[in-house]
Design a protein around this ligand. Sequence first.
Ligand code: GDD
Ligand code: MN
Length: 369
Amino acid sequence: MTTECRAPELSIIVPTFKEVDNVRELVRRVEACMGDVAWEIIFVDDDSPDGTADEARAVGNEDTRVRCIQRIGRRGLSTACVEGMLASNADYFAVMDGDLQHDETLLPEMLRTIKAERLDAVVGSRYVDGGGIGDWNERRAFISRFSTQLGEKLLKVQLKDPMSGFFMITRETLNLSVRNLSGIGFKILLDIFASAERPLRFKELPFTFRTRQAGESKLDSTVAWEYVMMLLDKTVGRYVPVRFISFSLIGGLGVFVHMAVLTLMFEFFGAGFAAGQITATLVAMVFNFFLNNVLTYRDRRLRGIRMLWGLLSFMIACSVGAFANVGIAIYLFEMDTFWVLSAIAGVLVGAVWNYAITTVYTWNKPKGA
Ligand code: GDD
Ligand code: MN
């Protein structure tokens, strides 16, 4: 076999969502700095409406080292990175943002280091000497440091910058963790380290986070929530599914909403109790649906007409859940169970029912996923 046909040694996995104006420039910059390394770039695009995937394929038409995986009906930075790696033949994988904020000129040194020192991972780090966070504001810098320490304490990972989205690992490292990954949210590196079957040998190389030129950041306030969910998944997740925890927390909030609406109507607006209770139940259901849609099922978030159908199926499922709840609680109470225990048992059965049914019918996985 001629060398030209061999698989590249390094796959650079680039997750993208709405990065159309950065694709070509990224490839140009990588090409310019890789020297004699045999590389390829795999863009993993979650069906960006701006045509990022088309652009990646257009570049791939001119250069076969550039490929694109286009995922439909899916969102998620972590799962995108993993699927990119799984689609590759290379022995080494780099993960790098598609918005030019990571310093691609570090890639050759990362590769040299991981090979020469036989490491499992080399991490581009903002928090070792010589690295930096660029022009981040105080608030984001603080949040970043705080969540870094939280992750370090809970997951016992010794990385200075476990939140980094810029790193290189070997195929063996992937194999050590891929079946245990939580796949939630943005923090794929921390997930890999926390999920590996043995401690990973690593080194952190400094780099400075650049300012974004085109497009905008997708890190929003729900990222913090996803991060907490990932930490929960890695700690208590083996006993209780983390989605169920999220679903129940939101259900708990729903109780407050319910009471607030009922109090308003019954106490202040003179509505009858039944009317107040019915309205409060409906409002709480709608509230729970929307919160679950953006938090618990962010990766399967329903939009447009599918969201309306989702709301309907959610409300039907939860109505049945409410009957089950009340039925079981009354039954237990009449069997002489302490009233608090009867109530808790009813609530639990209702919650598990609601969760199980809506996970299958309301937020069912899109076909093929
Ligand atoms: N496929 C896919 N799916 N890609 C995504 C998604 C998604 O749902 N969300 C974001 N991306 C892509 C973006 O297009 C970009 O290439 C990369 O993931 C990083 O997203 P940004 O929105 O630019 O994130 P950031 O710059 O705010 O955050 C970066 O810094 C963090 C460190 O604090 C990322 O590198 C994070 O991974 C890193 O943790
Ligand atoms: Mn970015």
